[in-house]
Design a protein around this ligand. Sequence first.
Ligand code: ADP
Ligand code: MG
Length: 261
Amino acid sequence: MIRAQGLGKAYGQVPILAGVDLHITEGEWWGIIGPNGSGKSTLMQLLSGVESPTAGSVSLRGRELSSYNRKALARIVAVLQQEGLDPTDFTVREVLEMGRFPFLNWLGREDKDATPLIDAIIRKLDLGGFEERRLTELSGGQRQRVALGKVMVQEPSLLMLDEPTTYLDIRYQLQFMDMVAEWRNSSGITVISVLHDLNLAAQFCDKLLVLDQGKVAGVGKPEEVLTAEYIRQIFRVEPSIVTHPENGAPQVLLTANSTWS
Ligand code: ADP
Ligand code: MG
């Protein structure tokens, strides 16, 4: 699906990301983890074509990313930024309709009627009672569901999420992740997500990529990457790793007073 080789980014003389190689195959869910400032968002911007690399290259479905025009790229890749959607005066339904932008012809119309698709997404995301509400009238959790709806309407093959659950309480965090998982199961999309919560990452992702100071510090299945040694080295905390009693995923427990500088 997407491949990066020797990928790097520098702002001026300052290297932010260097030597990133990865190969994500169709249908996989990858999690990108790492400390603040390790380059996670920068990597996402390079993989989604928002920024261009200063070294190396990205190919999407075997073609150089930079060779896609904006609309063609938007038919394959959808990006949900960390900030989600701004609270604007647009209604939920209007925002979802905007997600069809990549499919509009030069007259600004679409060949197929997207209404049934939008209706189905409204139902799936439990937004039924809100479709005529403005975004300013929604809670953060509801707005994040609309943001997910907008990228679903785009019908991408690759979904990129940058810390999508940061501002949500635990119920909405889990609900959001479950909705992405269900979407993936039903449509086979590939997902790349930056996640702060290592325990959710371990339960939802097939593979984790660890960034540390702009370099790949580890890649593998959650049980290969979320070891006490790795966590200690990269996050500088002393963790206890336990196995999730329901599904066997590695889970990271933190102990008070166990950081060091
Ligand atoms: P993360 O998402 O892992 O927290 P980022 O990719 O946002 O990290 O940032 C990595 C580093 O790059 C940080 O030190 C940040 O200050 C720097 N950085 C990000 N964007 C820019 C920019 N446009 N200009 C200069 N430095 C930047
Ligand atoms: Mg970031």
